[in-house]
Design a protein around this ligand. Structure first.
Ligand code: TXA
Ligand code: MG
Length: 311
């Protein structure tokens, strides 16, 4: 894609990580693999670098970013971690859990990162390349999913380039993401109450059903998101010849999420199948039923939003 920048593809080695770190130090944008999806990284302590994320993604300025940390010391410098937050971090970090916690007044974070909210979303990722990068720089890293706002999230370097090529400085190519759906987001409220803002790979018992976001908190929870740009039909029992079919288990499809009916595999392949469906000449996408259990809850959450037409 022709754009303002010649987007470099960096290899998953020491040279690639050093170059990615240098671009971040200079306030640039690098797409980096995490175990969930690729993130569009910028230094979180620099207003201009953070502004570039919003610009490259076409993201509304009211939608705050997740801040990625390398260790607990860095997390505690940025936010007030209650005993409940500490316990969740101890149980699930590094990993696919994001904690929404009160931001410290002297966090040093760029204001745009939290879009004016008094809270900040923190995550310690579990991917060797992202962790190596975080270890090399002395600032926390803001990284939303590396796609144009509202479209399908990227689980490969090619997905990133198709969406943001020419709009960012580089992509660090770490192959396909292991988990494939974005982190679980949990808000840790006053008095230790937990609220699930987005279902994901980490399942947490809160004693409550997930609460839909109100459009300011976790706008990723807006009704239409992950959009492939054509109609999507869920729980398809019958398919037409001009449907691009996404299968699961016994239903094979043009792209199968998992022929053996394995939900973890289905999560890892979800966005790749949606990308193929979006690129296909067929005018519609039909998706097989997916069991609403375990990570299937997160898969169905993303599919429902992909099936909801934009306003
Ligand atoms: O797995 C992931 O979480 C990936 C990788 C790159 O880490 N990141 C990701 O970022 O999915 P993004 O920007 O696509 O989604 C972050 C979500 C958004 O829905 C945003 O509204 C919400 O987190 N969020 C960020 N800060 C928040 C805050 N302070 N309070 C509530 N929600 C927040
Ligand atoms: Mg996203």
């Amino acid at each position: 894609m022709v754009g303002k920048y010649a987007t470099e593809t960096l290899l998953a080695d020491k040279g690639g990580i050093d170059r990615a770190a240098a671009i971040l130090r200079d306030g640039g944008l690098v797409a980096v693999p995490t175990e969930t999806v690729y993130g569009l990284a910028a230094r979180a302590d620099d207003d201009r670098a953070v502004a570039r994320i919003y610009e490259a993604k076409g993201r509304p300025s009211f939608n705050p970013l997740i801040v990625h940390v390398r260790d607990m010391k860095q997390a505690r410098r940025l936010a007030q971690l209650t005993p409940e937050a500490e316990a969740l971090a101890a149980a699930h970090w590094p990993g696919s859990l994001t904690l929404v916690v009160p931001r410290k007044a002297d966090s040093g974070l760029a204001d745009a990162v939290t879009a004016g909210l008094p809270t900040v979303a923190l995550r310690m990722p579990d991917h060797p390349l992202m962790r190596a990068l975080l270890a090399e720089v002395d600032f926390p890293v803001a990284a939303p999913s590396a796609n144009r706002s509202g479209f399908i999230s990227p689980t490969s370097a090619n997905h990133v380039l198709a969406s943001l090529g020419g709009r960012i400085d580089a992509v660090l190519d770490g192959g396909e993401c292991r988990s494939g759906v974005e982190s679980t987001i949990v808000a840790v409220r006053e008095f230790g109450q937990l609220e699930i803002l987005r279902p994901g790979p980490v399942t947490i018992a809160t004693g409550q059903a997930p609460v839909p976001g109100d459009g300011i908190e976790a706008p990723g929870q807006l009704a239409s998101h992950y959009a492939p740009g054509k109609p999507v039909r869920l729980n398809a029992a019958e398919v037409a010849p001009d449907d691009f079919t996404i299968g699961f288990g016994a239903m094979p499809g043009d792209c199968t999420l998992s022929a053996s009916g394995d939900l973890e595999e289905a999560a890892a392949r979800l966005y790749a199948c949606l990308h193929l469906g979006a690129a296909s000449e067929k005018p519609r996408i039909a998706v097989a039923p997916i069991p609403e259990e375990g990570i299937g809850v997160a898969i169905n959450d993303r599919l429902r939003r992909a099936a909801t037409p934009p306003d």
